[in-house]
Design a protein around this ligand. Structure first.
Ligand SMILES: [Zn+2]
Length: 306
């Protein structure tokens, strides 16, 4: 008896020879729209520990697992299945959920890094990211809630894939953790949170002397605070603890007839301030300290109020 999947691959490419050597996993990853998937190693799938809990999420779990591993089902088992297409969709769901776990392993991360460096996931559509490569990312770890999104490590934002063929791929098959864990493990690929010196100073920033340029003011405040703290406190942050790649740090400036839109305008460029990067390790550490002291204060206030 032929493995179940051969019926589909034979009907899709009847003239293709060598389907015998094509595994279900290779075939699945070669389908249009499945370009983001890594081929999960069979060793990983055969280890029951890696599949813990998935039988509760996938209907026809046993049959789906057999299909993924190209195991021929027993004659009496195959008679119980009402429709092969049900098992096919179960196999797709099961493979996706296994994939979510696999790409967090050392081997899986390495495979995804190779795809990332080859540009298999595409590039950030934001102009000032200058075609920075992106990674697939889910907004949920549970299937059926959202489709796959693309995460850009340069602007730290999520985008919809440009082609509609990815709009049917479940985001849970990549999960919420994957891109962030990858950049924790491969810091040489992550854009540094520190901008090259002079990035934040704009030629017309002198107009901020009247207090109109809030973002520049707050940034320079931070800088002078950083200068003060530098003398009192050594930085605990090591340069190798953050991204190693030079970031694409240029920011978009909205203009009307060539004049910059005031940052205090209701329609002002607030995103500019949000996307600004510190220019030194000390400044970066200060940002963390400010956030920390703020959360301590907020927690304190809550305790007082509560
Ligand atoms: Zn980007």
């Amino acid at each position: 008896m032929l493995p179940l999947w051969t019926t589909r691959s034979m009907s899709e490419s009847a003239s293709e020879s060598g389907t015998d050597s094509l595994t279900w996993i290779s075939w699945f990853c070669s389908l249009p729209g499945h370009e983001y998937f890594a081929e999960v190693s069979e060793d990983f799938i055969e280890d029951d520990f890696n599949l813990t809990g998935l039988n509760a999420l996938v209907p026809f779990y046993k049959e789906a697992l057999e299909m993924i591993l190209d195991v021929e089902p027993l004659e009496e088992d195959s008679l119980k299945i009402p429709d092969v297409s049900i098992v096919e969709s179960s196999a797709e769901l099961l493979y996706g959920l296994i994939h979510q776990r696999y790409i967090l392993t050392r081997q899986g991360l390495q495979q995804m890094v190779e795809k990332y460096e080859a540009g298999h996931f595409g590039y950030c559509p934001r102009v000032f990211c200058h075609s920075h490569p992106v990674l697939p990312c889910g907004r949920s770890d549970l299937p059926g809630l959202d489709t796959v999104k693309l995460f850009c490590p340069n602007c730290i934002d999520n985008y919809s894939p440009p082609s509609s063929r990815f709009h049917g791929v479940d985001g849970a098959f990549f999960g919420t953790t994957f891109p962030h864990l990858l950049f924790q493990c491969y810091r040489e690929l992550a854009p540094s949170p520190i901008a090259p010196k002079g990035t934040n100073s704009t030629p017309t920033s002198s107009s901020s002397s009247n207090g109109a340029n809030k973002a520049t003011t707050s940034s320079s405040d931070l800088k002078s605070e950083a200068d003060e703290s530098r003398s009192n406190k050594p930085t605990t942050l090591q340069p190798n603890q953050i991204g190693q790649k030079t970031p694409q740090a240029r920011l978009y400036t909205p203009r009307i007839y060539g004049f910059r839109v005031s940052e205090l305008a209701k329609s002002g460029p607030r995103m500019r301030w949000m996307r600004m990067r510190p220019e030194s390790l000390e400044e970066l550490e200060l940002v963390g300290n400010v956030v920390e002291s703020r959360s301590v204060t907020t927690a304190g206030l809550k305790t007082v109020r509560g």
